[in-house]
Design a protein around this ligand. Structure first.
Ligand SMILES: Nc1ncnc2c1ncn2[C@@H]1O[C@H](COP(=O)(O)OP(=O)(O)OP(=O)(O)O)[C@@H](O)[C@H]1O
Ligand SMILES: [Mg+2]
Length: 277
C-alpha cells in the first residue's frame, strides 16, 4: 500500500508515555464485558459471511478464534474494528452500544487491529508506519513539522521491547514478514487500547518471533487488555487463549474454555467432523 502523510496538529507526545504506564480500565463488579456482540450478521451480496454471531469478551481475556478458510474470522474482526458495518446485530463496548462508521471511531473506543495483510505503507519507514495517524510533530518557527528523530527513538524502544531487529529507518517495502509484524504490533502498543484484534499474527514469521508475539499477547493480558487472536495454529491458540470460539461457514459452532477442550475436538469442530452441540 502506498501512503502519503501530512503532519497533524494533535498533541500525541503523551502517547509515548502510555506504552507502559497505561491506566487499566475499571471493571465494575469484575463482570463487565469490554466487548459484546449480539446476533451479528454480515452478507456481501449473496455471500453470508457471518450469521448471528454473539460473543462476549472480558477485560484481560484472550479469545482464540478458529475456523477454516472463509469461515468469517477476518470479517468478524473487521466489523469490530469499524471496517465493515454489520448487516444485522449489535455491538457493545464496555456496555455501551456502538455503531462504528469508520476504523478511526473504533480506535477512539480503544480498539486496535493487526490486520492479516498487515496493511502497512510500503513506501514509508518502519517508524513512520508505527506513528501513522498520530505523528509526532515539533515547532519550526510558526510551523508544525514532523519530528522524525523523536519517532525513530520511540520506535527503536518499542522494537527493542518486542525483541525485534526491525530498524526504524528501514522502508517497509524491504522488510521481512516478521519485521512487518513487529511494526504492526508496535502500533497497538502506542495506543491506549482496551481491545487488540490480531488476525493471523503468527502465520508468516519465524519460530523465535512467534514466541515473542505470544509473549506480547500475555503482556497485553497482564495489562487487562482483551485480545482476540485469530489463528490457524493450534499450539499458539492453546498457549495463550483463555477461551476458544470456532466459526464454521459464518456461524459460531463452539465457545469453550481452553482448559475444557483439546486440539482434536477443536479440529473436529472446524472441519465439521464434530457437530456443534
Ligand atoms: N469484501 C468482501 N466482499 C465479498 N465477499 C467477502 C468480502 N470479505 C469476505 N468475503 C467473503 O466472506 C467469507 C468470509 O471471509 P473471511 O475473510 O472473513 O474468512 P476467514 O475466516 O478470515 O478466512 P481465512 O482463514 O482464509 O483468512 C468468504 O466467503 C469471503 O469470500
Ligand atoms: Mg482471514
Amino acid at each position: 500500500m502506498y501512503c502519503l502523510i501530512k503532519p497533524t496538529n494533535k498533541s500525541v507526545r503523551r502517547l509515548i508515555g502510555e506504552t507502559s504506564g497505561r491506566t487499566v480500565p475499571e471493571r465494575t463488579g469484575g463482570e463487565m464485558s469490554v466487548l459484546t456482540l449480539e446476533g451479528v450478521s454480515k452478507h456481501f451480496g449473496a455471500i453470508q459471511a457471518l450469521e448471528e454471531v454473539s460473543l462476549t469478551l472480558g477485560a484481560g481475556e484472550v479469545l482464540g478464534v478458529m475456523g477454516d478458510n472463509g469461515a468469517g474470522k477476518s470479517t468478524l474482526v473487521k466489523i469490530i474494528a469499524g471496517n465493515y458495518r454489520p448487516s444485522e446485530g449489535r455491538i457493545f463496548i464496555a456496555g455501551e452500544q456502538k455503531a462504528f462508521h469508520r476504523p478511526i471511531e473504533a480506535r477512539q473506543s480503544g480498539i486496535e487491529i493487526v490486520y492479516q495483510d498487515l496493511a502497512l505503507c510500503d513506501n514509508l519507514t518502519a517508524a513512520t508506519n508505527v506513528f501513522l495517524g498520530r505523528e509526532l510533530t515539533r515547532s519550526f518557527g510558526p510551523f508544525r513539522i514532523m519530528d522524525y528523530a523523536a519517532m525513530n527513538a520511540a520506535a527503536t524502544k518499542l522494537f527493542r521491547e518486542l525483541k525485534s531487529e526491525t530498524r526504524p529507518r528501514d522502508l517497509v517495502r524491504d522488510m521481512s514478514g516478521g519485521q512487518r509484524q513487529a511494526v504492526a504490533i508496535a502500533r497497538t502498543r502506542l495506543a491506549s487500547a482496551r481491545i487488540v484484534l490480531m488476525d493471523e499474527p503468527t502465520a508468516a514469521i519465524s519460530v523465535r518471533q512467534v514466541a515473542e508475539v505470544l509473549n506480547l499477547i500475555r503482556e497485553l493480558k497482564r495489562q487487562q487488555i482483551a485480545v482476540i487472536l485469530i489463528s490457524h495454529r493450534m499450539p499458539d491458540v492453546f498457549a495463550v487463549a483463555d477461551r476458544i470460539t470456532v466459526l464454521r461457514r459464518g456461524r459460531k459452532v463452539a465457545d469453550k474454555p481452553t482448559s475444557e477442550t483439546t486440539p482434536e475436538e477443536i479440529t473436529g469442530l472446524i472441519t465439521g467432523a464434530i457437530q456443534a452441540a
